[in-house]
Design a protein around this ligand. Structure first.
Ligand SMILES: N[C@@H](CCC(=O)N[C@@H](CS)C(=O)NCC(=O)O)C(=O)O
Length: 238
């Protein structure tokens, strides 16, 4: 085996560069861990568009592997599956890939907006100072209201998230992971959302009695506790 340059991945960072909180970057991070691939995470801030201009777009994650530049978490998973086929599979075949797309879509379109309505102000307060105006302006445009208004009724927002998680909770009555007995990419699509909260917000969104909480614990422990060791913005009880 010849030594090769490590994979590099540009990841959204908070004011503390070690806080890597993007849900999409976590999907990619877990996919790399699943494949047993080492990667160097490069902290990136919202306003550092020039740093990733080489990718031809302005969002992270951006992964660089042996000269290949890949952006978008889904495309990164597909790239890893195609380029490292001898390592554990992320999709478990074409049917698994197709269903993972559904889970990814559910996470992005249902779970992510529900979580955003809980933590968007926490994100604002914990990103780098230079990002704050951009973050507030872009997100207030998206929500059509002030960030303070978005998060005003936290109890209601938490109840809405709990409701949005019903399909996952229901499924976990029958199996420990979305992908069955062991986790794979569809699990990471949903789990990335919980790493988003964990890393950037002091909010605990799940009751300890919730099956989703137990699933999240199992994923925090995966790969020798890789995700559990991630830097968060403050002390938390779990
Ligand atoms: N579909 C993309 C979404 C990537 C995305 O939205 N990334 C966010 C961080 S979570 C970003 O780079 N935002 C920069 C911005 O809003 O300017 C993926 O799955 O990778």
């Amino acid at each position: 085996m010849t030594a090769q340059a490590p994979i590099r991945i540009y990841e959204l960072a908070g004011a503390d560069p070690e806080v890597r909180f993007s849900p999409h970057c976590w999907k990619a991070r877990m996919a790399l861990a699943h494949k047993g691939l080492e990667a160097e995470g490069i902290p990136w801030r919202f306003t550092e568009k020039a740093e990733i201009a080489f990718s031809g777009q302005g969002l992270v994650p951006v992964m660089v592997d042996r000269g290949d530049v890949v952006f978008d978490s889904w495309r990164i998973a597909e790239y890893l599956e195609a380029h490292y086929p001898e390592r554990p599979s992320l999709f478990g075949g074409e049917m698994g890939r197709a269903m993972s797309r559904f889970i990814n879509g559910w996470a992005d379109t249902t779970v992510m907006p529900a979580i955003a309505r809980i933590i968007v102000l926490d994100i604002h307060d914990r990103v780098h100072e230079k990002d704050r105006d951009y973050f507030r302006a872009s997100r207030e445009k998206r929500f059509g209201m002030a960030l303070e208004e978005v998060v005003a009724d936290r109890e209601k927002r938490l109840a809405d998230l709990c409701q949005a998680l019903t399909p996952l909770r229901h499924m976990l009555q029958h199996q420990p992971f979305i992908c069955g007995d062991a986790p794979a990419y569809a699990d990471y699509c949903a789990f990335g959302m919980f790493m988003w909260i964990r890393c950037i917000s002091p909010v605990e969104a799940l009751e300890p009695s919730d099956a989703v909480h137990a699933w999240r614990e199992r994923l925090l422990d995966a790969f020798g506790g890789f995700a559990r060791r991630a830097r968060t913005t403050g002390p938390r009880g779990n």
